[in-house]
Design a protein around this ligand. Structure first.
Ligand SMILES: Nc1ncnc2c1ncn2[C@@H]1O[C@H](COP(=O)(O)OP(=O)(O)OP(=O)(O)O)[C@@H](O)[C@H]1O
Length: 494
């Protein structure tokens, strides 16, 4: 019997012996309130290492959810949606997907066997999970201890092979960052923040944004960064912080969309010891207090509930917070950056966003362009590939054509994820077949051919450089002779 089948067989056996029925009920054990709060806090080091890759796996894909579980099977973080309310709820943060609770499933099997696995449709023990295809891969700390697993689940049909490759790459990348980071001390942000020079881009739209951001960094006005998912909003927010005088202070980020209603106040204001049963014995600072003297990023601000918006408005107006269970008002001096992929004007018109809060948040408005509107997709691919792959790889003309013709709904993050997979599959050259997209989006394309994209990029660079070929070549990260050859090919003059 192939190894995968042996794993599944052994898991089914364990489920049968433990008396679990395929018809259910499945274990609905779910942590919330203080228990969830404490678990997330304890897991922060692990989460910080996995989260960037989780976003790559789960965001912008249809009917697909990526989660990370700890070694007991509790979901700690989640990206994406399965497109079904009940299924989504069953994978909420705090739910437990150990084999004992949910029967044979990829996360449960992986935590048990400490090796990667795919569990497809009818291989799930419980009938209600049989519409899913799931792949998971374990994550170990540098000492070789199991921290948990990364899992991707989808309701789309497929063999699960590409899901398996993706979770393996994500788990390996997370382990790699665990090797390179030190556990963060509560009062520090711990990892180096992005700087303006980390924002890659040889395209006019990105250059303009960087110029504006450099000016904005020196001012203390609030900023709204608008852009589709994966366009680099967080990267820009961190760069705004590190380029300005507040860089000596802390940078904290609050993911507004992942904030359960019950945790809003304790997250924003913090709490004193004994504020509620199970509160940490020494109390805890809220995000605003943590960011004092620095910057706070309100990520996905357009997803804040109306109740949370009211709470936030109060802090912004009063510029002070009172910890839960405490009486003392603590003044906070914080620059606020809000990032959103929602059109806030539309949200206001439809009654989902408070106008008064919008005007508190909006000082400077910066828009990150979607990748499909950029002329430097191939430059970006080359740049990201260098970051992703330890050995240098070329992109074949066929692969390049496929990259520029795609519409990139998940933007730079999706480009990173596609290149990760391509780097994983290829030898020294990435060929067309190594560039694999989500099938559902594959038919869409920007309508531009490689030649059109190249011609536009050359034209734009020459225009930007005022006809100076050396400067234009530098901008395109190519040699002067290559640029002259392209100008000849497209009949362009400097
Ligand atoms: N111009 C860029 N240069 C280099 N890397 C980039 C650029 N833009 C985005 N990235 C990379 O793409 C990924 C997504 O960026 P980021 O998290 O900042 O996007 P976002 O807009 O905040 O996404 P979301 O709204 O989904 O949270 C990150 O890994 C980031 O480093």
């Amino acid at each position: 019997m192939p190894v995968e089948q042996l794993l599944i067989h052994a898991s089914w056996k364990r489920c049968q012996i433990s008396g679990l029925s395929p018809e259910g009920p499945v274990g609905e054990s779910k942590l919330n309130g203080r228990l969830l709060h404490d678990l997330l806090e304890q897991s922060e080091f692990f989460l910080e290492a996995v989260r960037p890759y989780l976003k790559i796996l789960g965001k912008g894909k249809q009917n697909c959810t990526a989660v990370v579980v700890n070694n007991d099977g509790y979901i700690l973080s989640k990206e994406g949606s399965l497109g079904d309310e009940n299924l989504d709820r069953s994978m909420d943060i705090g739910t437990n997907w150990s084999e004992e609770n949910k029967g044979t499933n990829a996360m449960g099997v992986v935590l048990h066997e400490k090796t990667s696995a795919v569990i497809k449709g009818s291989h799930h023990y419980c009938r209600k999970h049989r519409i899913l295809t799931c792949a998971a891969s374990p994550v170990f700390n540098p000492k070789g201890e199991l921290l948990g697993a990364v899992n991707v689940s989808t309701t789309e049909e497929g063999s699960g092979t590409s899901l398996l490759q993706a979770v393996k790459v994500a788990a390996a990348a997370a382990e790699n960052s665990l090797h390179h980071t030190v556990p963060r001390r509560p009062e520090l942000t711990g990892k180096p923040l992005y700087k303006m020079e980390d924002i890659a881009g040889a395209c006019e739209k990105v250059e303009k944004i960087k110029e504006m951001a450099e000016k904005a960094a020196m001012l203390d006005y609030p900023v709204i960064i608008y852009g589709e998912s994966g366009t680099g909003k967080e990267l820009l927010a961190q760069s705004l912080h590190t380029a300005g005088p507040r860089r000596i202070g802390p940078f904290t980020a609050l993911n507004c969309s992942a904030l359960p209603e019950t945790l809003i106040e304790s997250e924003l204001f913090g709490y004193e010891k004994g504020a509620f049963t199970g509160a940490q014995s020494k109390g805890k600072a809220g995000k605003f207090e943590e960011a004092d003297g620095g910057t706070i990023l309100l990520d996905e601000a357009g997803d804040l509930s109306l109740k949370a918006q009211g709470t936030l408005l109060r802090v912004l107006q009063e510029k002070k917070v009172t910890r839960l269970g405490g009486g003392k008002e603590i003044p906070v001096d914080v620059r606020v950056i809000a990032a959103t992929n929602k059109n806030l004007q539309k949200e206001i018109a439809e009654g989902r966003f408070r106008k008064d809060l919008y005007f508190r948040l909006k000082g400077i408005f910066l828009t990150m362009p979607p990748l499909r509107e950029r002329t430097d997709i191939l430059n970006m691919a080359g740049y990201l590939l260098q970051k992703i792959s330890p050995v240098s790889k070329k992109i074949s003309p066929g692969a390049a054509e496929k990259i520029v013709r795609y519409s990139w709904p998940g933007n730079v993050r999706e480009l990173e994820s596609v290149l990760m997979q391509a780097a994983f599959l290829s030898g020294d050259t990435i060929q067309k077949e190594h560039v694999q997209f989500e099938s559902v989006y594959e038919m869409e394309n920007s309508g531009w051919t490689l030649e059109e994209t190249e011609k536009n990029a050359v034209l734009e660079a020459l225009e930007w450089a005022g006809g100076n070929v050396s400067l234009a070549a530098e901008r395109l990260q190519t040699s002067r002779s290559t640029l002259y050859a392209k100008m000849k090919k497209y009949n362009l003059n400097s």
